[in-house]
Design a protein around this ligand. Structure first.
Ligand code: PEP
Length: 256
């Protein structure tokens, strides 16, 4: 097994799928398949309605549970929102921030991503901050600028000393749910740009230790090729994480 500079993190993004019964069935199949996993941290990102069930199933197993979003405030008159205090009380340990579907459909901006990131770090939640360019931006040669801007704005005002838990996910929007995966070269280039921007915004030490995941049509047959690259520290998986066998295969194959 190749050694990787940072411990891999393989996260399932279930989006708005699964009932509690389906989540339980998933864990019953999945947990025995990954019970001996040592090479990667495994995270299940579930909708708020599933969090208590998934937290319960993950207890005493090598699985962490993430919310797919949160508000940055502890409480308030914000109908429909979930606060970091609520997530902590449920036993949730990680949180996705700024997924492109939140940016596209729910007015998530670089400014709200920054507020959520500061809040997650302050509350001891592991933030997985998503960045990535649209197809038109890639075709216009703007990928580097987009990634630098999204990363810099997410990290604005973050204390480097508090940034240890930070995880970034590079998710080219044109690769999400399309079956079109970034080539290893495209992904590795993007990850290097993001890592350089972390060094710029925080410090070279934080940049060297921050995990940068790749997301966008990761499947069992491409997980190994992507995760063995120097600057790719794991994967954020949507569609292929809904099936327990498929996601377990991705976890296994990520070891290279
Ligand atoms: C995602 O939801 O973050 C994602 C990468 O989806 P998919 O794997 O289906 O492209």
């Amino acid at each position: 097994m190749p050694t990787h500079a940072r411990k891999l993190l393989i996260a399932a993004n279930w989006k708005m799928y699964k009932t509690p019964d389906e989540a339980v069935a998933f864990t019953h199949t999945f947990i025995p398949l990954v019970g001996n996993c040592r090479h990667a941290e495994i995270v299940l990102c579930a909708s708020p309605s599933l969090l208590p069930t998934v937290v319960e199933k993950a207890r005493n197993n090598p699985i962490h549970v993430a919310a797919q979003d949160m508000h940055w405030l502890d409480q308030g008159a914000y109908t429909g929102e979930t606060s970091p205090l609520m997530l902590k009380a449920l036993g949730v340990s990680h949180v996705l921030i700024g997924h492109s579907e939140r940016r596209q459909y729910f007015n998530e901006t670089n400014t709200t991503v920054n507020l959520k990131l500061k809040s997650a770090l302050a509350h001891g939640l592991v933030p997985i901050v998503c960045v990535g360019e649209h197809l038109a931006q890639r075709e216009a040669g703007e990928t580097g600028d987009v990634l630098r801007l999204q990363t810099a704005m997410a990290l604005d005002g973050i204390d480097p000393a508090a940034a240890g838990p930070l995880v970034i996910a590079y998710e080219p929007v044109w690769a999400i749910g399309t079956g079109r995966t970034a080539t290893p070269e495209i992904a590795e280039d993007a990850h290097k740009i993001i890592r350089a921007e972390i060094a710029n915004a925080l410090s070279p030490e934080v940049a060297a230790s921050t995990r940068i995941l790749y997301g966008g049509s990761v499947k069992p047959d491409n997980a190994g090729t992507l995760c063995c690259l120097e600057d790719i520290d794991g994967a954020l998986v949507g569609g292929a994480s809904l099936d327990a066998n498929s996601f377990a295969q991705i976890v296994a194959n990520s070891a290279g």
